[in-house]
Ligand binder design. Structure first.
Ligand code: XUL
Ligand code: CO
Length: 435
């Protein structure tokens, strides 16, 4: 019997319904700003949080009781059956996985790879039958003790080799399943202490791994996007892919900025001392926006708590940035979010996603209204308008001496102008507040 046996498939019933097991705002087929909501949002379930995570924390182990917990391939298949049941119940178009989420962990590379091939063949059959697609695949190069001192950045080249071979197996699996992106999140690519760390060497090693990945993508004809996922710390004290700005500098330094884009996560932005909106807007301005991991952190704990999103105004500003950048191409909205460890039931897992999807749908609609309203863009354009006129052009043509001459001869006295922040905030609240 299915783990989700008594749970109905979720359908759109509109904001007035009192049915908990229904969408109030996410109507996948509704066309808004030229695309269906499903096409805009491109939702994905994260296999690791929803199926592999057992409810542990640093002070206590497993709280969940799932029929697929165990380390055989039979367990892996029961898990896959449950996962595809959840995708169907939610009408989720995509999912994402790490190798370690989907097959048992073994000591040898050969056995791990054979098991990955077997389970991803099983996925392939289910994807074919249900139409569910893979948003991205990735290798878990952070849980096993062999990676404790880094994967690409490990002082031991044997670990680099093992990590490279593991990435290859995961790229092969992602390619086989028609995955739309391949993600690299470097959870152990950083340091615990500078006393034993050679920063220059580790940066070169990380760049070497990434260029091997890019080369291999071309070699096998993988048409998806290679995505790096920034995070400043956790599990390491300092992670090299700290935030968008640092990732971009790194990619530029090694000439990889045209082959790699970024997968941005709300909780990671907050850990880096930014807003998610900042990270998305910056990536967009750099042409680096690839995909998002949607979640939220607890604003008090200071940890990456990976909760399901529940703030419409926050989410609205994210989709506003994404829409302005032209919307997702290969990317999407992956719920890198997990239940709280006391949320034991199958219903909790379903309704966590349902609520988050409705929040994102409302955010998307609000973002479209912000764009249609045009007030924000008009105010921003007006603020910089003089740069498009003769004065701005002069700044691009004259040298320092020429500019100085102009300041003197025209007796330039700049007049401060209001930044109008409160008026813009009022505008956003007014537009987002409409239902
Ligand atoms: C960790 C995290 C990862 C990546 C994929 O914080 O976000 O799950 O998304 O490895
Ligand atoms: Co993530």
């Amino acid at each position: 019997m299915s783990f989700f046996a008594n749970i109905p498939d979720i359908a759109f019933e509109g904001p007035e319904t009192d049915n908990e097991f229904a969408y109030r705002h996410y109507n996948p087929d509704e066309v808004i700003a030229g695309k269906t909501m499903a096409e805009h949002l491109r939702f994905a379930v994260a296999y690791w949080h929803s199926f592999a995570w057992e409810g542990g924390d640093p002070f206590g182990g497993r709280t969940f009781d799932r029929p697929w917990f165990g380390d055989t391939m039979d367990h892996a298949k029961i898990k896959a059956d449950a996962a595809f049941d959840l995708f169907r119940i939610l009408g989720q178009p995509f999912f994402c996985f790490h190798d370690a989420d989907v097959r048992p962990e073994r000591d040898s590379y050969a056995e791990n790879t054979a098991n990955l091939e077997e389970i991803t063949d099983y996925f392939g059959e289910k994807m074919e039958a249900t139409g569910t697609k893979l948003l991205w695949g990735t290798a878990n190069l952070f849980s096993h003790r062999r990676f404790m001192s880094g994967a690409a950045t490990n002082p031991d080249p044997n670990v680099f080799a093992y990590a490279a071979a593991t990435i290859k197996a995961n790229m092969d699996a992602t390619h086989k399943l028609g995955g739309q992106n391949y993600v690299l999140w470097g959870g152990r690519e950083g340091y615990e202490t500078l006393l034993n760390t050679n920063l220059g060497r580790e940066a070169d090693q990380m760049a070497r791994m990434l260029s091997l990945v890019v080369d291999y993508k071309h070699k096998i004809g993988f048409e998806g996007t290679i995505l790096v996922e920034p995070k400043p710390q956790e599990p390491t004290k300092h992670q090299y892919d700290f935030d968008v700005a640092i990732c971009y500098g790194f990619l530029k330094r090694y000439g990889l900025e045209n082959d790699v884009k970024l997968n941005l996560e709300q909780g990671h932005a907050i850990l880096a001392g930014h807003s998610f909106e900042h990270e998305v807007a910056l990536a967009s301005s750099l042409g680096m926006l690839g995909s998002i991991d949607m979640n939220r952190n607890d604003y008090q704990s200071g940890w990456d708590t990976d909760q399901f999103p529940n703030s419409v105004p926050e989410v609205a500003l994210i989709y506003f940035e994404i829409l302005k950048s032209g919307g997702f191409t290969t990317g999407g909205t992956n719920f890198d979010a997990k239940l709280r460890r006391q949320s034991l039931d199958a219903e909790d897992l379903v309704l966590g996603h349902v609520g988050a999807m409705d929040v994102c749908a409302r955010g998307l609609k609000a973002a479209v209204r912000l764009i249609d309203d045009g007030g924000l863009e008009a105010a921003r354009d007006a603020r910089y308008a003089s740069w498009d006129g003769p004065r701005g052009e002069a700044m691009m043509e004259l040298d320092l001496a020429g500019i100085t001459e102009m300041v003197k001869s025209e007796d330039i006295q700049p007049e401060p102008k209001s930044g109008r922040q409160e008026r813009l905030e009022n505008l956003v609240n007014r537009v987002i507040g409409q239902t």
